[in-house]
Design a protein around this ligand. Sequence first.
Ligand code: GLA
Ligand code: ZN
Length: 681
Amino acid sequence: MASSYTPLFPQLNGLLHGGDYNPDQWLDRPDILEKDVELMKKAGINSVSLGIFAWSALEPEEGVYTFDWMDQTIDRLYQNGIYTILATPSGARPAWMDEKYPEVRRVLPTGKRNLHGGRHNHCITSPVYRQKVREMNTRLAQRYGQHPGVILWHISNEFGGACCCDLCRKKFQDWLRERYHNDIGQLNHAWWTGFWSHTFDSFDQIDPPMDQGEHSVLGMLLDWRRFTTANTADFIRNETEPLQQYAPSLPVTTNFMWLFGGLDYNEIAKEIDVISWDAYPRWHNEQPLYAVASETAFNHSLMRSFKRGQPFMLMESTPSKVNWMPYNKLKRPGLHELACLQAIASGSDTVQYFQFRMGRGSFEQFHGAVVDHTGRDDTRVFQEVSETGQTLKALSNLAGSVPSPRAAVIYDWDNRWAIEDMAGAAKQDKKYNETCIQHFRAMLRLGEDPDVISSTESFEGYDLIAAPMLYLLKPGVAQRLKDFTAAGGVVVTTWLTGYVDESTLAFLGGFPGDGLMELTGVEAAELDTLYPGQSNRIRWNGKEYPAAEFCELLTLRGAKAAGTYLEDFYAGQPAVTVHPYGKGMSVHIAARVEDDCLLDIYADIFKERHMGIKALPLGLEIHSRVDGEKRYRFYLNFSEGKVKLPSVPAKCRDMITGEEIPVGTVRELDCYGFLVTEEEL
Ligand code: GLA
Ligand code: ZN
């Protein structure tokens, strides 16, 4: 993928280190506001995200604006070399607005309208709310859009959720009218509404899927989610228009969330210039650390892949703990810096926190922050943040560089939603996310850091594409996978591939449909779902592995069986198949297998395609970024002990210590240790 290797923020001459800053909560404490700047400098913080929930501090009464505190904050920070990411405050509303204009409050699927409270709960459609947002954003853009200290817009906060009010209902109907060319017959066909006599006579009869309403028409459920995405994108455009008008050179972001299911982020990504996201992994939980790490790496990769060839931003992370999980454990010493480096290694140009200073009261008063209630700089957390600041400074050179992997995992929201809604296989736990992460992890173990892309993204530049559980095939995807393979690529598919089209109508004539069977060379004749605790076994390459949860029964249609089931009535039948296609190859894995089996299968593919290296020790991740002249390699130890690194493949320099490292050197990393090297390309 083409890249200009431009750092996201040339003003900063390096990586960005900062976080959410809420001086609006401390306006009666000028001493603290002064101290904040001093502490930021000590911690190596060069940016803040300002004003995210500041609506009531900016417009305490309708039409009465109080920007003084924001003027002073942005100036004070800029004079001290600290840049501002300026938020629009639409993530939460002042009480006066909710009181005067009830329509801005969201209606829940119960049909009831919210009372005032919480956040992230506006009606996405409300013309009043859109107008209020537009007025506020216009003022912010006019006032700060040309300020040299302001480097980015942060639109609202963590968009998500839908509203079921009459305005939204009507807009859904209009959206459907457009999608189905004003022809209710087309909609009825796409939604298969003859089932249970659910045929609609008119678009006006259609409700959102509310608690007491329709939930059995799967095409409708999927369209509702698509509409929610489209309506949110529309809301975002209403936010960005005034910003672009008065501050045309400032880029725009909005913060995404961890594998968020409510919006198709591929669509939302089109509305913004820079991708940013909020990472709160459950470190040190009941899973092994490497598993949490690779799940996090998957998310980073998903984020960076929305805009390939461009760095992304880690917009939020906690310096120590969160406050909203069932159990809020501290990051163990050293893990914080390692986790920050994983974001950078995956292509982020920033490390940012929620939040700089802990609030005194309300819901987030005990959420981790750079500065806690002591207000001091000698805390363990402050020290770790400062060290991270130093490390990021040492890595300044790599700002703008990007990962350039040879492999990608397909991850699609329409597919995820269709699988979630599908009534069949297992009621819950169909494990789409987990399976995609498993494939990603197998490749990560082999030294590859795959992109995570949608099925409609270009496949150019990859040698290998994993398409786990690609149940819903959008138009053209099957053909593009075939073209990719014919030209020499490898495609890995699994059970539940190609069952339905974009309306969730089953393909007729055998799965995978839409011509994809030509590529896989197998037909999925039946899908067996095992009860929890039950398993089958498969033999592949002379080794035996357990298979559980889902076992597809295959009929060979040109492919060769490379692995077979060992138990039950399908013992001896194919479980893993290989099908040469054009210059490439298709591999189909019919059952849900464990990590070690996937690792062995991918290792075999990698060997054949001359990719990667032999499996890394568990917990060791290797990532790299390139910028046309240099390669930056990251070795990250997410294990609970020491690990020995593979010998360095080229003469390089340790970016933290400056030490030259000769080719072939073998290093060891302590628990949570890391090494970042720089080498000529
Ligand atoms: C989210 C929000 C922040 C804050 C953090 C706490 O990411 O964007 O405002 O509430 O969670 O972890
Ligand atoms: Zn609404």
